[in-house]
Design a binder for this molecule. Structure first.
Ligand code: NAP
Ligand code: HSE
Length: 445
């Protein structure tokens, strides 16, 4: 096969960028044999060129403008991250009609709509497989493999750091602090872990995935977010006793009982009780998994390494190849699923969410307490599914754990406020949501 050389610029050569450089060097022959393409990394732009990095003999410098303007550069790969310099440089490349490959979920979740429009205006394209789920080809699946499916729900574990922490807390009984310290030591969590543990990183990924799954523009601010940083290990233990595992889930689903099409979408990120028989319960450590429910395919699970140098670089290089082959631009131009061409999502107000709940209240161990808590729940039409209480060992307060049938979030929160104000209760009550995975569509069995 005749080889075609594609000049590229790498903006950023940290964890992911050096992985991309490594794959392009190590797999040069395989890529050339399979695709007929040879990638020439003409520029590697960084902040500090003196830093030692795995970029071999590559031309490492700080002049981003020269690297983007170089007429021999056909594709720009943005691996800086964030919404500052990266945003300006992506805009510059797109304005020159150069396609961009990026792993930057923060940028796309905040400015995707404008950037996609800019790319189309200049007859260019943006590819972003590595922005969600690391090396898992979930963007490819949503934009190609599942394109004929009406998607009813997408439920995923998309933050490796949180999953590492939760796995330690669940399996080893560690405290949040202990588990976070280990995640930092192993290089999963950053020195400032806020983006991950607050749930924001998960929400940014959900914004991108939900936009594609539901043909609607979703941004991070549309999503209800709760992180794992306030999770009490006690709830992990009680959940286990009830047959559940707690995972930080990204959830996008059409409101229950609604017809497809314009029905509102529930969008949320929160620690969630997942039944131990659910496939997501077995997703441990830094692995990610995304369940997608399509009307024709039914339940489909995407599982793999959601972060890290080589898995993420694998997705970036895949985008590079699709871009160089021209298939990325074709799909980008033709498919009306990218955020610039879709309406804002019709979002279900969070208080209208229908869910099952897990509640833990610390109650005085005396007659009538359970009845008073149950009466408040009954008043707000929250039906109890199960109750768990152990004999109290010391003092006169005891945790009571209650799971509910489906209830409305707004009603449940009003009930919790009233329960917290009861003189027999030591507030605050803990409240987590339980997910029952949607049943497979009956359209095709
Ligand atoms: P990183 O290790 O911090 O690397 C960032 C790179 O950008 C560094 O080479 C840095 O230069 C360079 N840089 C920073 N500011 C710059 C500027 N103003 N001009 C030019 N270069 C600049 O980050 P990363 O982990 O590789 O992440 C890159 C992107 O991939 C982010 O969007 C991230 O969200 C995404 N991502 C990462 C992972 C992962 O597992 N790490 C997974 C999925 C997606 P110096 O090296 O000189 O400091
Ligand atoms: N911080 C992310 C995670 C990796 O832990 O999954 C980048 O997407």
């Amino acid at each position: 096969m005749a080889e075609r050389t594609i000049g590229i610029t790498l903006l950023g050569c940290g964890v992911v960028g050096s992985g991309v450089a490594r794959i392009l060097a190590e797999q040069r022959d395989l890529i050339a044999r399979r695709t007929g393409l040879v990638f020439d990394v003409r520029h590697v732009v960084v902040r500090d060129p003196a830093k030692v990095r795995g970029a071999g003999k590559l031309h490492v410098h700080t002049d981003a403008n020269a690297a983007i303007n170089d007429p021999q550069v056909h594709v720009v790969v943005e691996l800086i991250g964030g919404t500052g310099a990266a945003a300006d440089l992506v805009r510059k490349a797109l304005a020159l009609g150069k396609p961009v490959v990026t792993a930057n979920k923060s940028l796309l979740a905040a400015q995707g709509r404008e950037l996609f429009a800019l790319a189309k205006k200049h007859n260019s394209a943006i590819s972003f497989e590595a922005s969600c789920g690391g090396g898992i080809p979930i963007i490819q699946a949503l934009t190609h493999g599942l394109i004929a499916n009406e998607i009813s729900a997408l439920v995923g574990i998309v933050n490796g750091t949180c999953n590492v922490i939760l796995t330690r807390m669940t399996v080893n009984g560690w405290t949040y602090k202990e588990a976070l310290a280990e995640a930092q030591r192993l290089g999963y969590a950053e020195a400032d872990p806020t983006m991950d543990v607050s749930g924001r990183d998960t929400a940014q990924k959900l914004a991108i995935l939900a936009s594609l799954a539901f043909d609607a523009t979703v941004s991070e601010s549309d999503i209800h977010i709760e992180g794992i940083d306030t999770l009490d290990p006690l709830d992990i233990r009680f959940a286990k006793e009830l047959g559940y595992v707690i995972k930080l889930l990204a959830i996008a689903e059409r409101a229950q009982g609604s017809a497809a099409g314009g029905a509102p979408i529930s969008l949320r990120v929160h620690p969630t009780l997942v039944h131990k028989q659910d496939v997501l319960a077995d997703v441990s450590g830094s692995f990610n998994a995304i369940s997608v429910y399509g009307h024709a395919l039914g339940h489909c699970l995407f599982y793999g390494r959601g972060a890290g140098q080589m898995p993420t670089a694998s997705a970036v290089v895949s985008d590079l190849i699709q871009t160089a082959l021209g298939t990325a631009a074709l799909a980008f131009k033709q498919l009306q699923i990218f955020a610039d061409g879709t309406p804002p999502a019709n979002i279900l107000p969070f208080e209208d969410l229908q869910s099952r709940y897990y509640l833990r209240v610390l109650a005085k161990d005396q007659p009538g307490v359970m009845a008073r808590v149950a009466a408040v729940l009954g008043k707000y039409e929250v039906s109890i599914s199960a109750i768990l209480q152990h004999e109290s060992a010391e003092n006169n307060h005891v945790p009571i754990v209650i799971t509910t049938h489906l209830a409305k979030e707004g009603a449940l929160q009003r009930a919790i406020r009233e329960i917290n104000s009861l003189p027999v209760i030591q507030p605050p009550a803990a409240c987590l949501r339980i997910i029952d995975q949607p049943k497979e569509s009956s359209a095709i069995q």
